[in-house]
Design a protein around this ligand. Structure first.
Ligand code: SF4
Ligand code: SF4
Length: 281
């Protein structure tokens, strides 16, 4: 693989990269193109991106979403996500870029960490529901990083850019994005399902209120120890939310309904089936 591979008009190489694929690249503050990559972007924010960024900025989820993001419905998966809102200036700059670099660098979104790699999960055109994870390379004309001689594997790049801690937290969300077959994600989500997905993916404040201030805990089994973690640790809250989403939407065996609620639901379903039978006769 060399650095002159053909690219399409977005600078994307027609090649799938895996963790062992190698590429040459370097980026540092002294380069002429420094920060040229931080404008006119379509950055989908992951749930953990939102948690880190709003905490860095000292904002609530609602404030962060209102000021820095715009909602978007992914065309193919029909999943609601948020993207980072660019400024209304000539370059459509990222709100966090300055001549000295990114002011939230340590908490920058996972897409910025990957660059110049992109994640298949974020590129709908190339997603096939096979459950396969892969990356692609974006070779934009303004980026001089490809002239460097330093070689990386995708795996090394991910480690260097601090991507790994994000993976554990975003994993199940990514699987929704990739429509992996393992969750039986064949059908489109209902309106209610999409609203649940959006709440868990983008608003941990709302998720916390949903768990602790609704009838949630009357319906679901949650052990005391886990409950305490969810109450005090935002990442634990987010992970629990994603587990609940998989259970509620795709029947995963992670967050269980209490026995009496299961019984009631079963009874109701039987009564409905009976009533439907009567109507048919
Ligand atoms: S080398 Fe590429 S990634 Fe680095 S600052 Fe320049 S344009 Fe951005
Ligand atoms: S968040 Fe930071 S790294 Fe990402 S585009 Fe904005 S300024 Fe650049």
């Amino acid at each position: 693989m060399n650095n002159t591979e053909e690219t399409n008009q977005d600078g994307i190489e027609p090649r799938k990269y895996t963790l062992d694929s190698r590429f040459k690249f370097a980026c540092d503050k002294g380069m002429k193109c420094y920060t040229h990559c931080c404008s006119d972007l379509n950055i989908i924010l992951t749930p953990f991106d939102i948690v880190q960024m709003k905490n860095r900025l000292g904002l609530t989820c609602d404030q962060f979403l209102a000021i820095y993001t715009k909602p978007e419905m992914l065309a193919r998966t029909k999943l609601p996500v948020v993207t980072l809102k660019m400024l209304d200036d000539d370059k459509k700059s990222c709100p966090f870029v300055t001549p000295e670099g990114c002011i939230i660098y340590e908490d920058r979104p996972v897409s910025c960490r990957y660059y110049p790699l992109g994640m298949a999960a974020f590129r709908e055109q190339e997603i096939e529901p096979t459950g396969e994870d892969f990356y692609f390379m974006v070779r934009e004309a303004h980026c001089l990083g490809f002239e460097a001689d330093k070689e990386w594997s995708v795996s090394e790049w991910r480690k260097d850019q601090g991507v790994n801690p994000h993976d554990d937290i975003n994993k199940h969300w990514m699987e929704f994005m990739l429509r992996k077959k393992s969750f039986g994600f064949q059908a489109e989500l209902s309106e209610e399902g999409r609203a649940m997905f959006f709440m868990v993916s983008s608003n941990t404040d709302k998720l916390r209120r949903f768990i602790f201030e609704s009838s949630f805990l009357e319906k679901y089994e949650v052990e005391e120890e886990l409950l305490e973690q969810i109450r005090t640790d935002e990442v634990a809250l987010l992970k629990f939310g994603l587990d609940w989403l998989q259970s509620a939407l795709f029947g995963a065996d992670k967050v269980k309904l209490k026995e009496h609620v299961q019984e009631e639901q079963k009874k109701r379903a039987e009564e409905e089936a009976k009533a439907a039978g009567k109507v048919r006769h």
